[in-house]
Design a protein around this ligand. Structure first.
Ligand code: ATP
Length: 326
């Protein structure tokens, strides 16, 4: 197997805090190992439209603490077509890039898998998404920061919810995985979490109102994962209005607030370890794997497994929220 001499690094899909720490780690670990580094702008768009620049150690100075991504990110419909990927491959080769590190979510890693199979290119992925919805890894880069942002917001909402004796529905991201809703609820002491893994969980709302809020509580906070099918928190508010008209439910949608901010120490460390490991993986001849973390150890996860959503949230996890909010 030919030795990797030049890597291209890109961030793709939704941005996540810690992506910069990952770019820094990939860049510096590659340079440390004698490789050239090319920064590719706007995800796959930069590959297709040739927006790339040579990266040096100083290119990634002073970014470990910054949210967002200095490489920018985008969604690129051209890359989904064989013609777009051919253009991307030609540009990549013209630049002398012989391996890629792709930082992104399941869509980005699906694109990486297809590209790697089509052109026999070594690609290593890093899980960059706040949703924590990738298979084969306990956590993703950005998840811990987003969780902390949610907890900070819910703590504030609790003050007004208590003062006005109101029910608040706080919508968080994660339409494929309810980790932000579940663990945000546990960490903020919320009364319930509505997650996509448990469709019937919506009925917990009636249970909550009848047996919890009505009897002993003067306020309640429910964390609701965004859900295009049910309308998320707004859909739930509508249901409450119809079924429990006496309740004054308010909705707060945290939205893109969850994507921003300086990454937590946990995310910086995760991104740094994973970024360095991506270069080790390429040196070892690994290809078409995502770097994951399992029980504190870095592991290689085939793209096919990484892009299969994990379903580890069940009634036992939700029972913790319920039991602790009596
Ligand atoms: P997030 O989890 O934040 O949504 P993501 O990585 O899943 O991030 P997507 O928008 O799904 O974000 O994908 C990012 C990009 O990856 C797409 O715009 C497209 O360029 C590429 N991509 C996604 N799926 C494919 C595919 N099946 N084939 C080729 N490229 C793809």
């Amino acid at each position: 197997m030919a030795q990797v001499k030049c890597i291209g690094v890109l961030t793709s899909g939704g941005d996540a805090p810690g992506m910069n720490a990952a770019i820094r780690a990939v860049t510096r670990a590659a340079i440390f190992n004698g490789m050239r580094v090319v920064g590719i702008k706007r995800g796959y768009y930069g590959l297709v439209y040739n927006e790339m620049e040579e990266f040096y150690s100083k290119s990634v100075s002073n970014i470990i603490q910054q949210g967002g991504t200095i490489l920018k990110t985008a969604r690129c419909k051209e890359f989904v077509t064989p013609e777009g990927r051919k253009q991307a491959f030609d540009n990549m080769r013209a630049e002398g890039i012989d391996a890629l590190v792709v930082i992104g979510g399941d869509g980005s890693l699906s694109g990486a898998r297809i590209f790697a199979e089509e052109y026999d290119i070594p690609i290593v992925g890093l899980p960059g998404t706040i949703d924590n919805d990738l298979g084969g890894t306990d956590s993703t880069i950005g998840y811990d920061t987003a969780l902390n942002t949610i907890v900070e917001a819910v703590d504030k909402i609790r003050d007004t919810a208590t003062s006005h004796e109101r029910l608040f529905l706080v919508e968080v991201m994660g339409h494929m995985a309810g980790y932000l809703a579940l663990n945000g609820a546990i960490a903020s002491g919320a009364e319930a979490a509505i997650v996509p893994e448990m469709e019937t969980e919506i009925d917990q709302l009636a249970d909550l109102i009848n047996h919890g809020f009505r009897k002993s509580k003067n306020s309640a906070i429910v964390l609701v994962a965004e859900n295009p099918a049910t309308g998320g928190a707004l859909g739930l508010k509508q249901r409450i209005k119809e079924e429990f008209p006496e309740y004054d439910a308010r909705v707060t949608i945290l939205g893109h607030l969850q994507r921003g901010g300086s990454p937590t120490a946990a995310d910086r460390i995760l991104a740094s370890r994973m970024g360095a490991q991506a270069i080790t993986a390429l040196k070892e001849g690994q290809r078409n794997v995502m770097i994951g973390i399992k029980n504190g150890e870095l592991v290689y996860v085939p793209f096919s497994k990484a892009t299969t959503h994990k379903h580890t949230i069940g009634s036992a996890e939700l029972d913790i929220v319920k039991m602790l909010s009596i």
